[in-house]
Design a binder for this molecule. Structure first.
Ligand code: ATP
Ligand code: LTN
Length: 326
């Protein structure tokens, strides 16, 4: 079976962008792939954080993924720091990553411009991400649209490594969904919905109560022309809501736009909110039924399996680069 790998940073409250753009596909792809899912705690350390919070957000992220349907009997779910080979492979890949390539990565620029302190970890973030993926010889990486550039860099690094040291890594493909790959902020529909947005009205968390979901959709920024139409340039707010509803109902945005064209924004927004409530309710309920102890057990078992899976690949890599052990 082909392998998929993906990761999420334990940096706060996961939102519907994370769910519709990524987690939902992680769950669906378990049927046809050997799946490895990782809470990337080493990545989360690249911006200012509180160690006590990190423990909570790691468990919470894992609990949300289990509640959403990641099945620990079929897939691995663990934290990156449990498998030290992620960091070792990142170092090796870092020695073959040109500075020019890292200078072109937009995330470092975006984060430092947003006020995050610059540090080597933040700069080298994409190299660690490449190591995550290549460590398990993943073929497919389900992510949201914002990870496109990192995936391109991962493919280039795999090729660079293979050309120099022999064919060790498959070249991984990104799996980016057609709708909802970039869920936008509800307050500024030209910006991505983000965990770090200080405006609480801009996003909906996966665990938000139905009333909060309804309130947030109701106050979503739209435009003054009352026609519901999919047009990301002229009507980014309405288009975002159409994408959210499309992802929740399995209907195309065109089909939904036809149905709600003349119904008025109020009625349309109510329908979007109900579709979202229906999608999120089972997850919220499953989340409540999971204990932190259950989650720790899953992480522990998967972490062991991850270390076992990574060991033979790392032996091959060490040998290929001239670091054969004694
Ligand atoms: P955020 O911007 O919300 O802080 P992030 O991009 O830093 O999130 P993660 O939480 O690690 O990072 O993202 C987990 C997954 O969710 C990734 O695959 C990412 O591409 C996807 N994702 C994040 N935001 C969105 C969004 N607004 N729409 C669709 N997918 C998203
Ligand atoms: N950078 C990703 C998280 C991430 C990831 C990965 C995703 C870290 N390592 C490997 C896919 C594969 C983000 O969503 N911010």
């Amino acid at each position: 079976m082909n392998r998929i790998f993906s990761g999420v940073q334990p940096t706060g409250n996961p939102h519907i962008g994370n769910y519709l753009g990524a987690f939902r596909n992680w769950v669906a792809l378990q049927d046809s792939y050997d799946a490895i899912y990782c809470i990337v705690d080493l990545h989360a350390m690249t911006i200012d954080y509180d160690p006590a919070d990190l423990e909570k957000t790691r468990i919470d992220a894992a609990k949300i993924l289990l509640a959403a349907g990641v099945d620990p009997d079929r897939s691995l779910l663990y934290t990156q720091s449990q498998v030290p080979a992620h960091a070792e492979l990142a170092w090796i890949l870092g020695t073959m990553t040109p500075m020019g390539v890292l200078n072109r990565m937009t995330q470092y620029k975006d984060k430092t411009e947003a006020g995050h302190a610059s540090n080597l970890g933040l700069y080298a973030y994409p190299v660690l991400m490449a190591a995550d993926i290549l460590l398990y010889r993943a073929n497919l990486v389900p992510v949201g649209d914002d990870q496109r550039q990192h995936l391109e860099m991962t493919r280039d690094l795999a090729e660079r490594f293979n050309n120099r040291f022999g064919d060790i890594f498959p070249i991984p493909d990104a799996y980016i969904p057609e709708t909802s790959a970039r869920v936008m902020s509800l307050q500024d529909p030209t910006a991505k919905m983000s965990k770090s947005d200080v405006n609480v009205k801009a996003s909906i968390s996966i665990l938000d109560d139905p009333d909060v979901v309804r309130k947030r959709i109701k106050s979503a920024v739209t435009d003054s022309d009352p026609i519901v139409r999919y047009d990301t340039d002229d009507k980014p707010g309405i288009s975002n809501l159409l994408e959210i509803m499309g992802a929740c109902t399995g209907r195309s945005v065109e089909d939904l736009a036809d149905e709600y064209a003349d119904s008025g924004y109020g009625v349309f927004k109510e329908a979007v909110a109900e579709a979202l409530v229906e999608e999120l309710t089972p997850i919220r309920e499953a989340y409540k039924s999971l204990s932190n102890g259950d989650v720790r057990q899953v992480l522990h078992t998967s972490g062991e399996k991850g270390r076992d899976l990574a060991a033979p690949l790392m032996r091959e890599v060490r040998k290929a680069v001239g670091l054969k052990g004694y």
